[in-house]
Design a protein around this ligand. Structure first.
Ligand code: LMG
Ligand code: NDP
Ligand code: PMR
Length: 398
C-alpha cells in the first residue's frame, strides 16, 4: 500500500533527479499521503520589415560572436553588447498559459514572440490587455485543427524572414463533456488531432528552421501534463490515459472505419485529451532521440502546475469550473496562477540552466524546477517510435 501510495504521487511531487536549485520537497498532504512535492498574419509588408530587422540583428550577432558572453539570457555587463532578440513561436498564445508565457518573455525585452493563434482579434485584445509591448510580438494565424493551416503558417513564417530560435507547442483543447467525437478538417478526432497531430506536423516542418538558427540555445518545447502520467494520483482519476496498441490512431481516428480513440475504444473526451498529452510527451522524447545529438536542439516537455482558471476548462460543467480552482488551491495544493505558470514555461524557453534535452520538467512548491519522471507508458521508447511513425503517415510526411 505504501508502495502504491508512492507510485501515485503527483508527478510534481516525485523525486527529483536533477534540479535547477533548491529543494523539491512538498509539505502538503492529501488524505494522509504526504506529497513532496498583427493576422497581421505577417503578410508581405510586415514580412519585409521583419527581414530588415532581422538582417540588422544578424549583423549584431555576427559582430558579437567573437566577444560573446556565453549566455544570451543574462543581461550583459555594462559596456558589452547583448545578443539579438530571441525569436519564439508560441501556439495558443491567446489565453492561459500561452499568453502568460508570451507576456513573461516579451517583458524581458530579450524576446520577440510570434503568437501563433486561430483567432487574430482575440489574440490582439489579449496581448493588449496583458500589456505586452507592441514591438515585442507579432500575431500569425494558425489553426492546428487543419493541416492546411499548419502548412500555410509554416510558409508564412518562413517567408517572414524571421529566425526560429524556440518553438513552444502549447495550444490544446479539452472536451470532457462531449458525448460524440468532433473532428479536425482532415477528420481526426479533435483533441488528438489538435493537441498532437497539428503540433507534430508543425514541429516537424519547423525543425529545419530551428537547426538553421544561430541562437546559442535552440529549443522545442511541447507542453505535457500530470494527468497523462499514471504514476501520479492525478493521472489515476478516471478516465486514465492509455494508448493501447494504437489501433485507432493507425486507423485515422475518424470514427468511421476506425475508432475516434487512439486505443480503439469508445469515445471519451477526457481520455482523448489525456492520451493527446501522452503523445506530446512521447513526441518530445522521440525528437530528442532522433535529432538532439545531430542538431543540438534541446527538446523538452513540462507540467507547469494545475492552472485551474484557464480557458482549458471552458467546456466543462459550470459546477466543475466553480469547484475546481478551490479544490486545487486548498485540497491538492497543486494550483498555480497563470502568471506563475507562464514564468515556469518562460524559464524552460530561456533559462540557461535548463539546457538538458529529453527532459520533462516540473516545479516544487517553491517554484524550483526539477527533472521529473514520466509514467511507464509516457516513457515507452517503442511506443514513442510507433506514435511517431503512425503520426507521420497521418499528416502526410511518410
Ligand atoms: C467527469 O466529471 C466526467 O464525468 C468524465 O466524462 C470526464 O469528463 C471527467 O476527468 C474528467 O470528469 C467530473 C465530475 C466527477 O466532477 C465534477 O464535475 C465535480 C467537480 C469535481 C472537482 C472536485 C471538487 C471537489 C470539491 C471541492 C470543494 C472545494 C472546496 C474548497 C474549499 C476549501 C476549503 C478550505 O469527477 C470525478 O472524478 C469524481 C470525483 C468524485 C469525488 C469522490 C471522491 C473520491 C475521493 C478522492 C478524493 C477527492 C477529493 C475531493 C475532495 C472533496 C471535498 C469536499
Ligand atoms: P487555454 O484554453 O487557456 O489555452 C489554450 C490555447 O490553445 C488557446 O489560445 C486556444 O485558442 C488555443 N487553441 C485551441 N485550439 C486551437 C487550434 N485549433 N489552433 C490554434 N490554437 C488553438 O488553456 P491552457 O492555457 O490551460 O492550456 C495551455 C496548455 O497547457 C495546454 O497544452 C494544456 O494541455 C496545458 N496544461 C494545462 C493545465 C491546466 O491546468 N490548465 C495543466 C497542464 C497542462 P483560442 O483562444 O482561440 O481558443
Ligand atoms: Mg485533478 C492530487 C493532486 C492533483 C493534481 C495535481 C491534479 C491536477 N488533480 C489532482 C487530484 C484530483 N483530481 C483528485 C483527487 C480528483 C478527484 C476529485 C481530481 C479530479 C479531477 C477532474 C474531474 N482533476 C481534473 C479533472 C479534470 O477534468 C481535469 C482533467 O483531467 O483534465 C484532463 C483535472 C486536472 N487535475 C489536475 C490537472 C492539472 C488537471 C487539468 C488537466 C490537465 O491539463 O492535465
Amino acid at each position: 500500500m505504501a508502495l502504491q501510495a508512492t507510485s501515485l504521487l503527483p508527478s510534481a511531487f516525485s523525486i527529483p533527479k536533477e534540479g535547477k536549485s533548491g529543494s523539491s520537497s512538498k509539505d502538503s498532504t492529501l488524505f494522509g499521503v504526504s506529497f513532496s512535492d498583427h493576422l497581421k498574419a505577417d503578410f508581405n509588408s510586415s514580412g519585409l520589415r521583419c527581414k530588415r530587422e532581422f538582417n540588422q540583428r544578424v549583423g549584431a550577432v555576427r559582430a558579437q560572436t567573437v566577444t560573446a558572453t556565453p549566455s544570451v539570457t543574462r543581461s550583459a555587463p555594462e559596456g558589452k553588447k547583448t545578443l539579438r532578440k530571441g525569436s519564439v513561436v508560441i501556439t495558443g498564445a491567446s489565453s492561459g498559459l500561452g499568453l502568460a508565457t508570451a507576456k513573461a518573455l516579451a517583458e524581458t525585452g530579450k524576446w520577440h514572440v510570434i503568437m501563433a493563434c486561430r483567432d487574430f482579434l482575440k489574440t490582439e485584445r489579449a496581448a493588449k490587455s496583458a500589456g505586452i509591448p507592441k514591438e515585442n510580438y507579432t500575431i500569425m494565424h494558425l489553426d492546428l485543427a487543419s493541416l492546411d493551416s499548419v502548412r500555410q503558417f509554416v510558409d508564412n513564417f518562413k517567408r517572414s524572414g524571421r529566425p526560429l530560435d524556440v518553438l513552444v507547442c502549447n495550444a490544446a483543447v479539452y472536451l470532457p463533456t462531449a458525448k460524440e467525437p468532433t473532428f479536425t478538417a482532415e477528420g481526426f478526432e479533435l483533441s488528438v488531432g489538435t493537441n498532437h497531430l497539428g503540433h507534430f506536423l508543425l514541429s516537424r516542418l519547423l525543425l529545419e528552421d530551428l537547426q538553421k538558427s544561430d541562437y546559442p540555445s535552440r529549443r522545442l518545447i511541447i507542453v505535457g501534463s500530470i494527468t497523462g502520467n499514471t504514476n501520479t494520483l492525478a493521472g489515476n482519476v478516471p478516465p486514465k490515459a492509455n494508448l493501447g496498441d494504437l489501433r485507432g490512431l493507425a486507423g485515422g481516428l475518424n470514427g468511421l472505419n476506425s475508432s475516434a480513440m487512439i486505443d480503439g475504444g469508445d469515445f471519451d473526451g477526457a481520455k482523448a485529451y489525456k492520451d493527446s498529452k501522452v503523445c506530446n510527451m512521447l513526441t518530445m522524447q522521440e525528437f530528442h532521440r532522433r535529432f538532439h545529438e545531430d542538431t543540438g536542439v534541446v527538446f523538452a516537455s513540462l507540467y507547469p502546475g494545475c492552472i485551474a482558471t484557464t480557458g482549458l476548462f471552458r467546456e466543462h460543467i459550470p459546477l466543475f469550473r466553480l469547484l475546481f480552482p478551490p479544490f486545487q488551491k486548498y485540497i491538492t495544493k497543486g494550483y498555480v496562477s497563470e502568471d506563475e505558470a507562464g514564468k515556469r514555461l518562460a524559464q524552460v524557453v530561456d533559462d540557461p540552466s535548463l539546457t538538458k534535452s529529453g527532459v520533462y520538467w516540473s516545479w516544487n512548491k517553491d517554484s524550483a524546477s526539477f527533472e521529473n519522471r514520466l509514467s511507464q507508458e509516457a516513457s515507452d521508447a517503442e511506443k514513442a517510435r510507433k506514435v511517431w511513425e503512425v503520426s507521420e503517415k497521418l499528416v502526410g510526411l511518410a
